[in-house]
Structures are given as C-alpha cells and as structure tokens.
Ligand binder design. Sequence first.
Ligand SMILES: Nc1ncnc2c1ncn2[C@@H]1O[C@H](COP(=O)(O)OP(=O)(O)OP(=O)(O)O)[C@@H](O)[C@H]1O
Ligand SMILES: [Mg+2]
Length: 219
Amino acid sequence: MQIIAVAARKGGVGKTTLVTHLSVASWQAGLRTKVIDLDPQTTASEWADARGDDAPDVISAQSNRLSKILEAIREDTDIVYLDTPPAAGDAGAAAIEAANLVLIPCRIQAADLAAVLRSYDSARGQDRRAVVVFNDESPQRRKSIVDETNTVLAMKGIETAPVVIHSRIAYGESQDQGRTVLETDPNSVAADEMRQLYTWVTKQLNQKGAKAEKSASKK
Ligand SMILES: Nc1ncnc2c1ncn2[C@@H]1O[C@H](COP(=O)(O)OP(=O)(O)OP(=O)(O)O)[C@@H](O)[C@H]1O
Ligand SMILES: [Mg+2]
C-alpha cells in the first residue's frame, strides 16, 4: 500500500483539491483507493458525503488513530491519500511519518513560499521525500516566473513537481458537487493537468502499471 500525505501549514493552498482529484485519478486507474481525512474541518469528508456511494472511501479520523487505521486497510488498499489540516501539529506530523511521499501544494506567492519552507523542513526532518506542487497558478503568468521560482527552491534543496496546476474555477465547482473535474469535464485542460500530475506522482511511487494490473486482476 502506497501512502501519499498532502500537507502544508498554510490554509487554502489546495491540499484537499489535490487529495480529491488525485484520489479519483487513482480510482479511475483501477487502484483500490482510500482517503483519510485528518482535518477537523472535514472538507474531504463532506465531499465524500456529497458523492454518495461512489469510491474512493473517505475515512474521517484523528491523527492518534492513523496507524491503526492504516493497518486495518492495508490488505485491501493499493493507495491512500492523507488530507491534513493547515497547521503545524500532530496530524501533519503523523501523516508525514506514515507517508511514502509528501506533496506540498503552494501558490507562487511570498507568504505561501515561506510556509512551504516550514512544511518542507518538517518532512525533511522526518526523513521523508517531499515535493512542492505549484497550485492555483495564473494561466496568464509568464512561465519564466515558474522557472525562476523553481530555481530559487532548487537552490534551497527543495524539489518541485514538473506539473503545475493552474487556477481554474472548475476545480472548486466540481468539488462542491462531490465530484472532480476528471468526472465533470474529463476532456478539459483542468482534467488533463490533474491526470498529468497523477501520472508523475505514480511514477515516483514506482507502482503505476504493476498495481493497476494487480487490482484489475482481482476484480
Ligand atoms: N487550482 C485551483 N484553481 C481554482 N481554485 C482552487 C484551486 N485550488 C484550490 N482552489 C480553491 O481554493 C479553495 C481552497 O482549496 P482547498 O480546500 O483545496 O485548500 P486546502 O489547502 O485544503 O485548505 P485548508 O487549509 O482550509 O484545508 C477552495 O475553494 C478550492 O476550490
Ligand atoms: Mg483542506
């Protein structure tokens, strides 16, 4: 079972948006997918309520239950996404500790980048691979700004994902309906960039083809 934590100490940077979209991408790829919602705001759980019975399962939990829950789902789960609250604290630390890979969403803004450094340091302190994912990026902004930010972060030893998620109203609109753009508008550029991010993430986990085949053969 692969475990992806999505963590950032700053609020509203796209943690839950990445969790909902990447988890649906996993599920659509045939992986047995779960989400554990460690955020007391329960945004991912409310998204699941709006979804009804459709996968992925979202489990709302407190961080002190995380390891027990992961043990309980290990046998019948290929991939699990951990959504975390926007604060330094037990939930973020427990999620990072459990994870194979930590994704840190961030907007290209000074305040967000400062917060990223703190989240990144937590992951590195816990000896986990962490990758910054630029989110909510203006499609109008010059690409050179992204490149320059990448360079600045790379100089600090911070890894960034090569796929940038742009600012698109469709992400929030689909989420409000308990869906993702992968379902409401699968041929859109929004869906395409989330699929690209998913493909990149699964390559990092080195599990893409094998796990999808494994779960398909169990059906
Ligand atoms: N790429 C994007 N384009 C447009 N809107 C976005 C994008 N990413 C996130 N949003 C919107 O920004 C708001 C915050 O996003 P989200 O809930 O994913 O952030 P979060 O980091 O989980 O927040 P919190 O820290 O409160 O849990 C939501 O309304 C969401 O729809
Ligand atoms: Mg959230």
